[in-house]
Design a protein around this ligand. Sequence first.
Ligand code: CTP
Ligand code: MG
Length: 225
Amino acid sequence: MNSAVALVPAAGRGERLGYGMPKALVPVRGVPLLVHAVRGLLDAGRVRHVVVAAPPDDVDAVSALVGGLPVDVVPGGADRTASVGAALRHAVAAFPDVRIVLVHDAARAFTPPEVVGRVVDAVAAGSEAVVPVLPVTDTVKRVDADGVVLDTPDRAALRVVQTPQGFAVDTLVRAHGSGVSATDDAGLVEKLGVPVATVAGHPSAMKVTTPHDLAVAEKVLVEGL
Ligand code: CTP
Ligand code: MG
């Protein structure tokens, strides 16, 4: 079946945003980022259930926010990898027949539905791991510990990586069982030596990290950029 279960890590503290509350709960036009993200996943029509990893102290509050939607809420972990792992264990137990799993940051709350569709399609077509990407538009430099430039990688071979990332469920379970940490789930899969395919991402799938990002995200929501 080509419908996925989506895991949404939302247990971060949102320190760089500086709102004094978990980023997932920060409102954009009166609706928390997490709710925007969950609705976006479900509205894409390719996700049958969502498992949210919430800050452990906010499980009840988050459950209330997503009441009435096909969403389960579990306590997150100390880092993003642990939060995804907790959601994955729940998903595998609750939906033993699921074949495709997405991992989507709550902070990428305005990801267009076509990106979700492209990722699910690529996994359904046989890729074990799929990430949405954008070309790099800035010149990127590698620096040493003192900030002195070492070299300039060829920009044409670089990509910025977004979410949702899609996986064959067995592959993601294996990656999370390997006991390493990474800033994204594809990073864990890469360490297994499994090829990770790419599909086109979208600028609106930007991650909200700073107050500047939040202002841009509000514009994306209002003007549909
Ligand atoms: N995340 C998580 N569990 C953690 C840490 C992060 O589920 N222990 C989630 C965040 O909620 C977010 C995503 O991983 O949806 C990406 O993390 P990031 O953008 O760093 O969010 P925060 O950790 O909340 O932000 P900050 O690092 O500024 O505190
Ligand atoms: Mg963080």
